[in-house]
Write a protein that binds this ligand. Structure first.
Ligand code: UDP
Ligand code: MG
Length: 323
């Protein structure tokens, strides 16, 4: 068991790795705590894995995992969290844009009583094409989830073990880890960190990240807000639609009976029928979603516990700072 685990996802970062390792080592040794560095190679096509192997051979505090192909940053973090033994887990990008020198401040902030501290690239060194959409995205996330962070997608973050144990990352949802933590009742904080321009290699995400990010936001809203009862979500919209369509059609029926014809009202009739059909569809989608969640929860739902006491078998969950 070590005190601090640093998890580094790596995809094609051959020029940065040696310097990164040297700087991480310097900072972590300076902290005077036990630590390990977990490198997860995400199926790099360049020399990254060979360099990581070299680093592994020379440093006993290094763990190395390598994917056979590229699975993405979320997958790399997920495996890294599983490998990590530390009570505190730090994630940092491998491209030297995040500064290892910020780690002691992140840890100090975490120990002020947070479960997750997210870096905030306050003065960001990236092109406008990246920073502007990112601002908008962060605003949307804050509005939709109630978690007010300036910068959800910072590579540099600190977690207590209880958080990484509780939350499973998949798809591209690593960006939303703070949201999941917040929704599970963990205390999430933010700390401004320095951010450097990318010196070597290039970004692994194109403009597609914002489209995918927005779709992922929908997923996050659904799973954090409605997994308990998806029918409430789909059902309420569905019933609204059906009711609207029903009122329209009743009105047309009334006209038909009183006037004898509804000529010229075809668009309205179509709207009424369409709304009713859409409404039924949505309600049935909700019912299906409800069935699926029910099946997923057959083994019992996972709740995030702060404490579990019982005479004879007392134990607190490792989630200090929130008691
Ligand atoms: N990364 C990864 N797999 C991927 C994409 C990225 O492991 O499919 C790693 C990458 O090597 C870097 C970090 O995730 O360490 C952040 O990637 P990048 O710097 O390209 O993102 P940006 O800074 O542009 O947000
Ligand atoms: Mg980067």
């Amino acid at each position: 068991m070590v005190e601090i685990s640093v998890v580094v996802p790596v995809f094609d970062e051959e020029e940065s790795l040696r310097e990164l390792h040297a700087r991480l080592t310097e900072v972590l040794e300076g902290m005077g705590r036990t630590y390990e560095i977990v490198y997860v190679d995400d199926g790099s096509g360049d020399a990254s894995l060979d360099i990581l192997r070299e680093i592994y051979e020379t440093d006993r505090r290094v763990k190395l995992v390598g994917f056979r192909r590229r699975y993405g940053k979320s997958a790399a973090l997920c495996v890294g969290f599983d490998e990590a033994d530390g009570g505190i887990i730090i994630t940092i990008d491998a491209d030297l844009q995040d500064d290892p020198a910020e780690i002691p401040r992140l840890v100090a902030k975490l120990e002020e009583g947070y479960d997750l501290v997210s870096g905030w690239k306050k003065k960001r060194n990236d092109p406008v094409s990246k920073t502007l959409p990112s601002k908008f995205f962060n605003f949307m996330v804050a509005a939709a989830t109630g978690l007010n962070l300036h910068d959800i997608n910072c590579g540099l973050k600190a977690y207590r073990r209880a958080v990484t144990d509780h939350i499973k990352v998949y798809g591209q949802l690593h960006r939303f880890l703070p949201v999941f933590a917040h929704k599970a009742g963990f205390k999430v904080g933010e700390l401004a960190v320095v951010h450097h321009p990318r010196l070597h290699g290039r970004t692994k995400y194109g403009i597609g990240r914002f489209l995918h990010g927005s779709l992922d936001l929908l997923t996050v809203i659904l799973i954090t807000g409605y997994t308990g009862s998806p029918l409430h979500f789909f059902g309420s919209i569905g019933i609204g639609f059906t009711a609207g369509g029903f009122v329209i059609n009743c009105y047309l029926l009334y006209l038909k009976i009183s006037d004898g014809n509804i000529h010229g009202r075809t668009p309205l009739l179509m709207l009424g029928v369409l709304l009713m059909l859409l409404g039924f569809q949505l309600v049935s989608t909700g019912l299906l979603a409800e069935l699926i969640t029910r099946m997923g929860h057959e083994g019992g739902k996972e709740y995030s516990l702060r404490l579990r006491l019982s005479h004879g078998d007392a134990g607190e969950t490792g989630n200090a700072g929130t008691s």
